[in-house]
Design a binder for this molecule. Sequence first.
Ligand code: HEM
Length: 531
Amino acid sequence: MDSVVQNFTSNAMLTPTHNATSATGIQGVVEAIQTMSYWKLFFTVICVGLVWDQVSYQIKKGKIAGPKWKMWPVIGPFLESLDPKFEEYMAKWDSGPLSCVSIFHKFVVIASTRDLARKILQSSKYVKPCVVDVAVKILRPSNWVFLDGKAHVDYRKSLNGLFTRNALAQYLESQEKVMDKYIEKFISFSEEKDFKPQVFFHEMREIMCALSLKAFCGDYITENQIRKVADDYYLVTAALELVNFPIILPFTKTWYGQRTADMTMKIFEKCAQMAKDHIAEGGKPTCVMDAWCQLMHDAKNKDDENSRLLHREFSNREISEAIFTFLFASQDASSSLACWLFQIVADRPDVMQNIRAEQLKVRDSDLSKPLSLDLIDSMKYTYMVVKETLRYRPPVIMVPYYVKQKFPIAPNYTAPKGAMLIPTLYPALHDPEVYEDPEEFIPERWVEGSPANAAKKNWLVFGSGGHVCLGQTYVMMTFTALIGKFAMHTNWEHEVTPLSEKIKVFATIFPKDDLLLSFKRRNPLTGEIKS
Ligand code: HEM
């Protein structure tokens, strides 16, 4: 007690002297500045800025893992981030449950454990999805993905009906047509190249784009429009890299990205009007846009909470912006899954054989049976192959979030407001305590009642919490159907290179050699391969 009083009084006594000293101090500094040359002043400001940059980094870093100092003043590891290496990400995750890095003024905290990742994804009070600055311009500020809190929850509820199993079943007919078309396309492409394995990275992106566009817009979108969007879409991905110049200047990556997005949304607006007309005339829904119009139509005569969210008329522009976010959310992740799936199945003849056997069995060898919900549900092994591919090579390895207010994420660490907080999904999916031999591809680990199936908390492939992936059932259904059909009707060979198993990060993850494949026609009943 005594010492407290003593401290208090000695502080009080110090104060006037301290004030007097600081007054002369400030005066001295002002005088020194006034007598300084412009050059000296310039360099002093730079030095103060550099010191502040380091001090602010130390304060924000606290006790978590990360470089002791910002190696490159101000920019930090900006140059490395332009060409991100998977091995560097792994090293960062291994450095501690929480680690940090600072690039320009952005302070980034990376969470690498399952529980920290889940905590972040489920803490909408403290965080919201972080989008690069240009994303708001490219996807437009009015886009629903930028909503937060209750507004976001309500909007999502109005979209949930578009991705239920029953809604998805309505899109299968047009999706199957796209699958059939691409089976032919891949075979003739390979034939033109004398069946020598070719890079299929671009073809995989194209088929994914075509499948999504057909599911979203049905027959309202023309073949030419699909081709144009599929050809140009990579410009949007390139424009939305995590590190990018925030102002859109003509002929830069972001400018091309914005032009592509605007062109695509214009196409979607026209499709939305055609869907409205079709449903108003009593037509049957066959795509996401139809389903949306049908939900609005049906909600008119209902008064429950969910129907009330659909009472207003969604404009064509609004529908086009939402559909663009579906394409945006799906294109890179789906292309990544497609590349790994086709690579792995080709490299594993045992897996290929099991898929083929199951595909014939569920159809009773009747090849004319169209895709349906029940048919896909019965493809248990094929489904496990898709699920294991997602675990083994999860397309989305991290999801950047933005800290809205100071977030006490761990007992010894509070993430500062304004920081970027990145939950990592990959380590939870390769956790040896949950998945035996996590670096092995084992579809059977997903049989009903298995430990992998029981470990729901580790299944972070599609995120968790309020922003969990809207398209996850769509992904599982579409890919199970797709790989099943390709396995029956084609035989594809994969040229294994030293880079095939290495991971390239381009928004999502891809085989580093861009996937070398060649397709031949196969008779599903006899297994005969035509060359
Ligand atoms: C292999 C394919 C896919 C993977 C791995 C994937 C994964 C993810 C992940 C990790 C998130 C973030 C979740 C979170 O923050 O907790 C997400 C969000 C989202 N995904 Fe997917 N996704 C895939 C395909 C799709 C498809 C095909 C669609 C649409 C048809 C879609 C629509 C969305 C949407 C709209 C969001 C944002 C939801 C919101 O903010 O409320 N995704 N996805």
